[in-house]
Write a protein that binds this ligand. Structure first.
Ligand code: ADP
Length: 390
């Protein structure tokens, strides 16, 4: 696996019972996964020679992140290495412009969007949105700018994560910031969503695929905070539609491994695709304790072309809450409290230095009563972070 973050750490953990010989390419020995994997190569994933040397002893290469340059992945494939997911699929998780164009071509519903070249072009896009809504544009008065169809969401097509690289801009003045990075910029309508969902599926090279229940995810400041499985009160027809959509994307794009399809549920009962991740994903962490087969195990099975495991939930409800870095450099004392209070709590820490706001772990709680499960998961995450003390 290329990349030494927590996803690699948990994938390695899932491979232990299967006897998978797990080799890791990490940046530093302190990386979350490098702390626990025995076969670690330190090196730069942007360097082709490093990648080639690393891949030499591997049956298959897979990823903890989507940042390995596409051309390097093509070079590895040309060397005869099994790269899963392959570069043609992965580019859709690397470049939001490519992803939108590809999803359009297969008829997947997305927010209205367009690549924009400068702030004036953003206003032109905003005006288009407004025109399409059938609202007459008021004439420009007194030399002032039209409000247009602002707000508009701007995204750098590459390099964004956890809300970095995403701007909600109210006018042309604010639209300047994203262009400073010198990367192509994608403009999107600001979707009036009631909530965010994720449809997670896993597909093997043989074409077998499984779908996990559709989950609800809550973001705070662009970072995933909480996931509820299955999404409460989701119309079964919409849930089926979301699963079918994710399976179709996985098939049409030739994805191998875990695919997370992040979705917006709109006020008028539609689903639109926000983005794709082709690796285990935060919206699937609940599966470690709440599903028969975790996303990490199924990702490994898929990239190894093994039959996939049962994705069904083990409990009526599972809630996952992320633990962000807070006040405790040492988790021993908060562990005493949380474990004593709730023996059913499942804690997953990533071995990362505690820094304010950084994802350092998550907790899972499962059971029959959603309110109870949610309260226990939220309490534990807040206590481990240090925002509450009892
Ligand atoms: P990242 O690559 O950082 O995960 P996303 O594209 O997922 O970026 O955007 C981060 C968050 O910004 C989303 O989870 C959502 O809350 C909000 N967002 C993104 N695109 C839109 C949109 N078109 N309309 C409304 N909100 C959006």
């Amino acid at each position: 696996m290329i990349g030494g973050g927590q996803l690699a750490r948990m994938a390695h953990q899932a491979g232990i019972p299967l006897g998978v010989r797990f080799k890791l390419l990490a940046d530093t020995p302190q990386d979350s996964a490098a702390q626990v994997v025995s076969d670690v190569v330190l090196g730069d994933y942007r360097d082709l020679d490093t990648l080639r040397a690393f891949a030499a002893g591997c049956d298959v290469i897979t990823f903890d992140h989507e940042h390995v340059p596409t051309e390097h992945l093509r070079a590895l494939e040309a060397d005869g290495i099994a790269v899963r997911p392959g570069p043609d699929a992965l580019v859709n998780a690397q470049d939001k412009g490519v992803m939108r164009a590809r999803l359009d071509s297969i008829g997947v519903p997305c927010p209205r969007h367009r690549i924009v070249t400068d702030p004036a072009d953003v206003t032109a896009f905003a005006d288009e949105l407004k025109r399409d809504q059938g609202e007459a544009l008021s004439a420009e008065g007194g030399g002032g700018r039209r409000a247009g169809g602002y707000p508009v969401v701007l995204k750098t097509v590459r390099g964004g994560y956890d809300g970095k690289g995403v701007w909600v801009v109210e006018d042309e003045q604010q639209a300047q910031a994203p262009f400073l990075a010198g990367v192509a910029v994608l403009a999107e309508e600001k979707v009036d969503f009631v909530r965010e969902l994720a449809a997670n599926v896993v597909r093997s090279p043989s074409g077998q695929a499984v779908a996990y229940p559709v989950v609800e995810s809550v973001q705070e400041n662009g970072v995933c905070a909480e996931v509820t499985a299955p999404a409460p009160d989701l119309d079964p027809a919409l849930s089926d539609e979301a699963q079918q959509l994710a399976l179709r994307i996985a098939g049409d794009l030739g994805i191998v491994g875990h695919l997370a399809v992040e979705l917006f549920q709109t006020r008028d009962g539609r689903i639109l695709v926000n983005e794709l991740a082709m690796r285990p994903h935060n919206s699937g962490h609940w599966t470690q304790d709440g599903a028969v087969t975790s996303q990490f195990e199924n990702h490994l099975r898929a990239v190894l072309d093994l039959p996939l495991g049962d994705p069904r939930p083990r409990a009526k409800w599972t809630v996952m809450v992320n633990v962000l870095g807070g006040d405790y450099p040492d988790m021993y004392h908060p562990f005493l409290h949380c474990m004593a209070r709730d023996p059913g709590l499942k804690i997953h820490m990533y071995g990362k230095d505690v820094k304010p706001g950084r994802k350092v772990g998550h907790v899972n709680v499962f059971g029959d009563d959603l309110e109870d499960v949610r309260e226990r998961a939220r309490h534990a995450a807040a206590y481990l972070r240090g925002t509450i003390t009892e």
